[in-house]
Write a protein that binds this ligand. Structure first.
Ligand code: UDX
Length: 417
């Protein structure tokens, strides 16, 4: 047996030998000394292991102890505009949430707002990670027990997708694959997927139903359609519950003013109409550039169906509640009403009280003249209808946040979390 220290019965006088007044190390003492070193080293190793385990439990993995009745939802892209609003709603509804975000488009500030609102241990976990990094994704799924995934994380600008198509195809399809592979490996059975009206392209017949043929005309819409196809093919081979939600044009922000839309300033030229109108109203940019006024529409500008983000996240929760194994639900999320860019700008002028300067430019590549939804399927099957149908009201709510957050969330790239 390994002697790890001095025996209690060993006499002290035996611990060293003395020759000619000089102390020489006693061989027995030497072996005791080595034993002690081993003992201390073993203790340190055990201590570090325990410390590491408890640290993992508290920070990286606070939800390992699965509480019955409380669903744990993985929200990819939860630091982004829609993902952060969805997280807020899930937390309000008592779900547990883990956000995974690489902060390439999202804001750490949004996560911090959510953490401040829900500081209790085990409610909200933030993991800074890229879904393109298979090792990280595997670690996240292996250390947590998710009941469902809401997959928002994606690049999402139509104009940018025409300039950098490969980025869009890679980001949208490979992230979706990574999520599905991890779900399959770790037995996570429910997926709510963020899709888009851009998958329909420009159908002749309006409004757009879920049966309308999908013929996307820009890389963003095409990549989202590919991701839908991947999900649908995989779902046939599994017992997953899948909900694919095709959003129309999302606007607005949290009515209580806690979250808002804060796109990257460096991506402003690709930005969406709502952000551009607010930037013009705050004179951050000299004026709004309306891209195309010669479309075959009543006033020559594009027609879109603007859906409030509060309604949109409500649709996500309803989809989550109604998701059933071995079933795929596909739903349009819109108001059913089309509004032109000119009408949008007028509503924005009223909501902000600013006479926004407008310049008319040529068409933006990848744009389609008119899209608006038929939302009756989701009304009938999930009992969901848009509550915010007054465009000006949604813009007023968003404007309150914009006015009080001139620099968005402040430090969007603060990744030293
Ligand atoms: O600065 C701008 C921005 C946008 N626009 C116009 O406003 C209309 C709406 O454009 P947006 O960029 O806001 O939105 P899009 O319709 O292109 O796509 C949007 O809706 C579907 C979602 O899935 C996409 O992620 C989202 O970008 C287009 O006609 C566009 O050309 C401008 O005239 N000026």
């Amino acid at each position: 047996m390994l002697n790890l220290g001095r025996s209690r019965t060993q006499p002290r006088s035996n611990r060293s030998m003395s020759f000619g007044g000089m102390d020489y190390p006693d061989p027995k003492k030497k072996s005791n000394f080595v034993g002690r070193i081993i003992w201390v080293a073993a203790f340190i190793v055990i201590f570090i292991m325990v410390l590491k385990l408890s640290t993992n439990f508290n920070s990286a993995c606070p939800f390992s102890h699965h509480e019955p009745g409380v669903m744990h939802v993985l929200v990819t892209g939860g630091a982004g505009y829609i993902g952060s609003h969805a997280t807020l709603r899930l937390l309000k509804d008592s779900y547990r949430v883990t956000i995974v975000d690489n902060l390439s488009r999202g804001n750490l500030g949004a996560v911090k707002v959510l953490q401040a609102l829900f500081p209790e241990a085990g409610r909200l976990q933030f993991i800074y990670a890229d879904l393109g990094d298979a090792k990280s994704v595997n670690k996240i799924f292996s250390e947590n027990s998710f009941d469902a995934v809401m997959h928002f994380a994606a690049v999402a600008y139509v104009g940018e997708s025409t300039l950098d198509p490969l980025k869009y195809y890679r980001n949208i399809t490979s992230n979706t694959l990574a999520v599905l592979e991890a779900m399959a490996t770790y037995g996570v059975k429910t997926l709510i997927y963020s899709s888009t009206c851009a998958t329909y392209g420009e159908p002749e017949k309006m409004p757009i139903t879920e049966e309308t043929l999908q013929v996307p005309i820009n890389p963003y819409g095409k990549a989202k359609k590919m991701a839908e196809d991947i999900i649908l093919d995989f779902s046939k081979k599994s017992d997953m519950a899948v909900m694919i939600l095709r959003y129309f044009n999302v606007i607005g922000s949290d009515p209580e003013g806690r979250l808002g839309e804060a796109p990257r300033p460096e991506l402003r030229e690709h930005g969406r109409i709502s952000g551009a109108c607010f930037d013009a109203a705050r004179t951050i940019i000299p004026g709004l550039k309306v891209r195309g006024s010669d479309y075959d529409t009543p006033d020559g500008t594009c027609i879109r169906d603007y859906i409030d983000v509060t309604d949109l996240v409500d649709a996500h929760v309803k989809a989550l509640e109604k998701a059933e194994p071995r079933k795929v639900g596909i739903y349009n999320i819109g108001t059913g009403k089309g509004r032109s860019v000119k009408e949008f700008v007028e509503a924005c002028k009223k909501a902000t009280g600013v006479d926004i300067k407008v310049d008319y430019l040529p068409r933006r590549p990848g744009d389609y003249a008119r899209v608006y939804s038929d939302p009756s399927k989701i009304r009938q099957e999930l009992n969901w209808t848009a509550q915010y149908t007054d465009l000006e009201e949604s813009l007023q709510i968003a404007w309150r946040w914009q006015k009080s957050h001139l620099y968005g969330y402040g430090t969007p790239l603060a990744v030293s979390y």
